[in-house]
Every structure is written in structure tokens, then in C-alpha cells.
Design a binder for this molecule. Structure first.
Ligand code: CTP
Length: 419
């Protein structure tokens, strides 16, 4: 029978293990041993309080690397940027046990120890394993912090039910080291799969994001609730995969993702012009919520109320994606988004055909956890071949990865034929 540890499923993998100050910290020793036996290179980061439960010497000896605690180490050897190096180095960052205190710090962006600073700098996936007393775990503050972490794309491994160190029985036990080990193997295995088919090295990628604004007069405009988060997540993920990424964005407060060239626009017409200027991209991801109509005229001065009803005359804006579809070149891949409240699958399939797309991602803004202004989304991906895949509810950053995994795999397989 294959041995889940001896087969070295983590060979060549780099893991950060964050250990915080709770009684379950003693289990970190077993976890380090499992990771090492599984073939991983392990760097342990402890919060200062974790040392009350397990010594850095124990974890340092088991991992074969000095345990790091303070963000500014006592021996000033010029290595204070280590959190950034480690954040880039790791394939996965596991925090086990994660106390209520550390969860709060992570949720709110504190960087007061090597563990929390590295979490902020890390580009790798995060897996947190809460462990605390039952009531602390169920407190709305802790639950809100966990929800916030999920919205950043963190995976939370729910604690088990059983006897707790406080003498109470309830939720709050850290999952056993063997369970955490198994989840880590699964996560990194899936990452491998994705990496094989998912590089966008050398590709030109064009992403649109955010709403557009159509002015009625100098102070008023027509728009929608889009914040840009889905498009920004796609741009970030595409850049990480090695693509040259242009992000044409309507008004959005989000920061430009690293390595992405951003072009800000306001109206649908402006977005159309900027997209047309980049229409030869190998992959276009049209995540913007473009206004379908714009006022026939924009008043030069503020419109005054007269006491009477007012009629607005609107004219259609260009359909940016349909224009790209009409001129699609062989080998180019076009991905659209469809926001449908009724009859989603049929409408999305019609849109895919009408706009000559390769893929369309369907979502329903009325569904809980999906649509505008939330960190998560649930989409169903439709491919021009007729294939349909309903993806689970997930953070938008994880969803961006899931969409790119499928789109890039089909690009490499040459599935989308130019028409
Ligand atoms: N889109 C576009 N230009 C427009 C309107 C939409 O490029 N003027 C793109 C969107 O970015 C999205 C896709 O077309 O990728 C579908 O958008 P959606 O608003 O769902 O569909 P519409 O074509 O506007 O159709 P309808 O309003 O009838 O649902």
C-alpha cells in the first residue's frame, strides 16, 4: 500500500509553517516531522507567545532551519527584509495552530512579527487552522475575521469538535497533524496540475474591468455597482503566469496589480477605443460591466429641476466584445462575462454565440456571495464546444485562477479555432 508520507508527495516543495501561542502548538512538532518526511523544505515562523508552548529549539531542530520570530531580529545582520524573501520563496503558508489573536492580526493586515509580516508579503496560497476555546471560536469577532480572511482567498480548515484544554467540550480543536498534512498534499498537488497547463509566458493578455460612467451633466452619471475586483484578480493572475497584461479599467479604487499596465477610462466609448487599440491580444478577458446606454446629450451645465417629470433619451453604446468577436483572428481567445438574473444558461449560451466567444462566465448578482462588491463569486463556465462547468462559490482571486486554468489549458490544446 502506498505510504502517504514515505512516498515524499511534498518533494521539492517549500513550506512556511506559522506557529502561534495556543496549547495546540505542541502538535506543530509532529507537523514539522510529517512535512519533512514528506520531502518538503520547511521554514518555521513563530509568534513571540508561541514560545511559551513549544521551544524554537525543538522546531528549529526538527525543521533544520533557524526559527524566525521577530520582524527585527536582535543580531542586526541586515536581514530584516527576510519576510519579503520568504513570502516569495514559499509554495504554501500554513498557520497551525492559528489563535484568535493571530487571526485578527492577519485579517487586519498587522505586520508586527515575522509571521504576520511574511503573511502580508506572501504571494503563495494560505491555509489557516484555527485552534482556540469553543466560545472564542464562535464569537462574532472571530467569525468575522475568518470571513475576511476567506475573502482574501485564504483557506480555513475548520477546527474539530471535542475536549478542549479549558475543560469545555466544543468546537476549537486543531485538526490532527495528519489531516493538515493530507490537505497540504492535496492543495499542492492541485497547484502542480494547474502549473502544467497554465503558463501564459510570452502571451499578450487584455483584461477589462470595472464599471463605465455615462455623464448626464457635469455632476451626474449613469453607472452600475461593479467595483472591478473580478477583472483586477484576472489581470493579477495572468501577470503571475508570465503574460504581458494590459488592464483597461473603468473607475475603480483598486490598486494596480504588480506587473500590469493599467489604462484608466471613464465611458463605454473610451473603453471601446482603448480595447480596439489592443485588439490583437492573444487572450481577451472582458470582465467590465459596460453601460449598454449613454445619454443622447450631455448637458454642459447642471440640469435644474423644474417640478415636472423628466424624460431621458438614451442611445446604445458600442458592444465592445461583439466588435472583437466580429474581427477575431485565428488563435485568439475571447472570454466574456454574462450577468443574468433569469434563464442564465440559455442567455449566456446565446451571448457566447452572438459575440463569437470561446468562453463565457455566467453569474447571477442576486445569488448570495456572488456578483458586485463581494469578495466571492460563483460562476458557471460555458465553452463554445458546448461544455459547461459549474464552479463552486470561491474568493474572486481563486476564481480568477480557476478560470485561467481552464482557458489556458484550452489555448494550449488549440481548442479555440479562429473563425
Ligand atoms: N459587453 C461589451 N460591451 C457592451 C456591453 C457588454 O463588451 N456595450 C461585454 C461585457 O463586458 C461582458 C459581455 O459583453 O463580457 C456580456 O455583457 P452583459 O451585460 O451580460 O450582456 P449584454 O451584451 O449587455 O446583453 P444584455 O444587456 O441583453 O444582457
Amino acid at each position: 500500500m502506498p505510504d502517504p508520507v514515505e512516498d515524499q508527495p511534498l518533494k521539492g516543495r517549500k513550506l512556511l509553517l506559522g506557529v502561534t501561542g495556543g496549547i495546540a502548538a505542541y502538535k506543530a512538532a509532529t507537523l514539522v516531522r510529517l512535512f519533512k518526511k514528506g520531502g518538503a523544505d520547511v521554514q518555521v515562523l513563530m509568534t513571540p507567545d508561541a514560545g511559551r508552548f513549544i521551544t524554537p529549539l525543538t522546531l528549529g531542530t526538527l525543521s533544520g532551519r533557524e526559527v524566525l520570530i521577530e520582524i527585527f531580529p536582535e543580531n542586526e545582520d541586515g536581514t530584516w527584509t527576510k519576510h519579503v524573501e520568504l513570502g516569495l520563496w514559499a509554495d504554501l503558508f500554513v498557520v497551525a495552530p492559528a489563535t484568535a489573536q493571530t487571526l485578527a492580526r492577519l485579517a487586519h493586515g498587522f505586520s508586527d512579527s515575522m509571521l504576520t509580516a511574511t503573511a502580508l508579503a506572501a504571494r503563495c496560497p494560505m491555509l489557516v487552522c484555527p485552534a482556540m476555546d469553543h466560545d472564542m471560536y464562535l464569537h462574532p469577532a472571530t467569525q468575522a475575521n475568518l470571513e475576511r480572511l476567506r475573502s482574501y482567498g485564504y483557506e480555513v480548515m475548520p477546527p474539530g469538535f471535542g475536549a478542549l484544554a479549558s475543560g469545555l467540550v466544543g468546537h476549537g480543536r486543531m485538526p490532527e497533524p495528519e489531516e493538515i498534512f493530507a490537505r497540504v498534499v492535496e492543495k499542492l498537488g492541485a497547484g502542480d496540475e494547474a502549473a502544467r497547463g497554465a503558463s501564459l509566458e510570452g502571451k499578450e493578455v487584455l483584461v477589462t474591468a470595472g464599471p463605465t460612467r455615462e455623464a448626464l451633466d457635469p455632476v451626474r452619471f449613469l453607472t452600475n455597482h461593479s467595483t472591478g475586483s473580478m477583472g483586477f484578480a484576472l489581470a493579477e493572475a495572468a501577470a503571475r503566469r508570465g503574460a504581458r497584461v494590459s488592464l483597461v479599467s473603468g473607475p475603480s479604487a483598486l490598486p494596480t496589480p504588480p506587473g500590469v499596465t493599467r489604462v484608466d477610462v471613464v465611458t463605454a466609448e473610451e473603453m471601446h477605443a482603448e480595447v480596439q487599440a489592443r485588439k490583437d491580444a492573444d487572450l481577451v478577458l472582458m470582465a467590465a460591466a459596460v453601460a449598454d446606454f449613454t445619454p443622447e446629450t450631455t448637458a454642459a451645465s447642471k440640469l435644474k429641476k423644474t417640478g415636472d417629470a423628466m424624460t431621458l433619451r438614451l442611445r446604445p453604446t458600442p458592444d465592445i466584445l461583439a466588435a472583437l468577436g466580429r474581427e477575431k483572428r485565428p488563435g485568439q481567445t475571447l472570454v466574456g462575462f454574462a450577468l443574468e438574473t433569469d434563464d442564465g444558461l440559455a442567455n449566456a449560451r446565446r451571448k457566447l454565440e452572438r459575440k463569437n466567444l470561446d468562453w463565457i462566465a455566467l453569474n447571477n448578482p442576486n445569488e448570495e456571495g456572488a456578483g458586485f462588491g463581494v469578495g466571492t463569486n460563483r460562476v458557471t463556465l460555458l465553452h463554445r464546444s458546448g461544455r459547461t462547468e459549474a464552479l463552486p462559490l470561491m474568493p474572486k482571486r481563486a476564481l480568477a485562477e480557476a478560470i485561467l486554468d481552464r482557458v489556458t489549458a484550452s489555448m494550449r490544446a488549440g481548442v479555440p479555432e479562429g473563425t
